[in-house]
Ligand binder design. Structure first.
Ligand code: B12
Length: 209
């Protein structure tokens, strides 16, 4: 069934994809498997975009479809994990970047795993992150970014926190798209996570949650 879902999403067959997701979830397939299929499908969409087979409208459609699927998956995640608030996470997509599908998955995975999450949305300015770290006092700051240009926004955000004397008060994790260890070193974050489960594992590791 998995390949079917990957293909339906990548081919923009919206109704078929949603029907398959519902069928998988009601027949007991783990929600994380559905999300992994979505990730594979988005990789295909990205490749087709790079090869000029897909254009911006397809990216938008894929984005909307991912959001609809996330809404289907969310209630199943809630059922599968025990809820106890174990720390505060401040989350946002960095300046210049409006990709939020991955961030939203990170948000709900942290939420269902017991974290209080404040989501600042997309294209969040460096100053907003600094102000919010000051007032919300999160245990963890989670920066998301999918564009190459987001790496410098991540670095600038960390630098601004250092300049404000807040850097040592918060653990910083970064993620999204092609973010890796190298970007983590470049931005001087504490860790990077390749997916939402990694985000949860990092946050738990830091808060003892
Ligand atoms: C959908 C999409 C869009 C949609 C976004 C809709 C939305 N609401 O988010 C729209 C149409 C708006 C869009 C716009 C653009 N896009 Co776009 N987009 C994509 C696409 C196809 C999928 C991204 C996605 O959502 N994937 C699904 C999620 C679930 O993926 P995921 O990485 O597995 O997510 C996990 C991890 O990233 C991790 N994670 C995420 N955040 C965090 C944070 C932390 C702290 C941690 C630990 C983990 C973590 O957890 C997630 C869940 O498990 C990608 C291609 C791709 N393969 O990624 C291109 C892609 C990212 N886009 C690209 C481009 C170029 C653009 C545009 C510049 C196009 C244009 N010319 O206008 C604009 C940029 C607008 C802007 N300023 O941001 C390029 C980026 C190239 C680059 N290196 O800079 C890509 C890679 C496509 C490509 N191959 O060329 N895009």
């Amino acid at each position: 069934m998995s390949d079917e879902l990957v293909n339906a999403i990548a081919e923009m067959q919206e109704d078929e994809a949603l029907a398959l997701v519902k069928k998988m979830l009601t027949s007991g397939v783990e929600p994380t498997i559905v999300l992994e299929d979505c990730r594979k499908a988005m990789e295909l969409v990205g490749q087709r975009f790079e090869h000029n087979e897909y254009f911006i409208p397809e990216l938008i459609l894929a984005g909307e479809l991912m959001k609809a699927i996330s809404d289907e998956v969310k209630p199943y995640m809630n059922q599968s994990v025990d809820v106890k608030k174990s720390g505060k996470v401040l989350l946002g997509t960095v300046q210049g970047d409006i990709h939020d599908i991955g961030k939203d998955i990170v948000n709900f995975m942290l939420d269902v795993n017991g974290f209080e999450v404040k989501d600042l949305g997309v294209d969040v300015s460096v100053q907003t992150f600094v102000d919010e770290v000051k007032s919300y006092q999160p245990d963890v700051l989670a920066l998301s970014g999918f564009l190459t240009l987001s790496y410098s926004s991540m670095k600038e955000t960390v630098e601004a926190l250092k300049a404000s004397g807040l850097r040592n008060k918060v653990k910083i994790m970064i993620g999204g798209g092609a973010v890796d260890e190298q970007i983590c070193t470049y931005a001087d974050a504490d860790a990077f996570g390749k997916d939402a489960m990694a985000a949860v594992a990092l946050a738990k590791g830091w808060t003892g949650g």
